[in-house]
Structures are given as C-alpha cells and as structure tokens.
Design a protein. Sequence first.
Length: 202
Amino acid sequence: MAESMDFHLFALFLVAFTAAVVLPGPNVAFAVAQTLKHGLKIAIPGAVGFGIGAAIHAAVVLSGVGLFIRGNQWILSYLRWTGAIYLIYLAITTFCGKSASSDEETANWSSKQTFVDSLLVSLANPKGWIATLLTYPSFISPYGSYSTQAVSMGVAATAISVAVYSTYMFIAHRASVAFKNKSLLEKITGALYACIALGLLL
C-alpha cells in the first residue's frame, strides 16, 4: 500500500512539475531568445543548463536549505537583480550589435557560454525557486524513503526540464527559419532579453 501511495504521489509530481515548466516564463523566453540569436546547435546545451538548474533547485529545497532561503528573502532578491542586470546587458549588446556580424558572432559563441547563461537565468529566476519551495514538499510521502523520493524527484525534474526547453528551442528554430530579415530577428531577440529582465524584477 505504501509503495502504491508513493507511486501515486510521484506521478502527480510529474504532472505538476511538467505543467509548471511548460508554462511560459523567463526561462522559456530566454531559451527562445538564445535559439533565435545563436541557432539550435549552440542553444541546445542551454536546455541542459536549465536541467542542471532544476536539479540544483531540488537539491537545495529537499536538503532543507530551502527553509533558510524561505526565511531570508534577500537571497532571492540578490539572485533576481543579478540575473536582471546581466539580461539588460545582453539586451543592450544585441540591440547595438551589427546584423552583418551576427554570423561571425554565432560562430564564436560557445555552447559552454549558452549552458552557463541558461543556468544563471534558471538560478536567478525567483519563480523557479518559489515554485520549488511550494511544490516538492507536497509530494513527499511520510511512508517511503525520503532519500529515494528526493533523488527520484530531482532526476525526473532534470529530465523534464531538458526535454521541455529543448522542444521550445526546436520550435523557435523552426520559426526563425522563416525570418529573412536578420536585423529584425536581432531586435526581437533584444526585446525578449529586456522583457525577461523586466519579468525578473517584477
């Protein structure tokens, strides 16, 4: 009976977490922006960055450190402002960049940088932290092994995040193919960065 109850809670967690990740927010907007700017091949490691971010969220909350964060909201504010400032920087450089050099910039942009940027945005997104703080504890069964449930949730959250953001990136790539005006594409990307920064601040 205990195993059945644990499986039921885990299944509910999968549904709830997937719904939360699929819902458009700062992470989704950043994934789309990175794909529009650098292309699918370079952007895909960003999906892994978001997955690692989800794993870190899970590890922090399920290890009990989340209680400290909940009681010290300044930590989230610090992360939020750090992420917003960096995104504003990306927006400015994108708006000011010359479209003629976009191909060269894409070639020089590393997949590692895309991974790091996505991880930074994931950790700077207060929505992700708050959702994690509220969601994970609700799906822990007192009748099962805590460590087993925690690890299972963390692994599942990582896999779901990578799959969902990879899908968004693929869709964005397909949409970008229709754009012939690279200058307009750059402006759209810059606007997305600015909107994400505003979203983090608000």
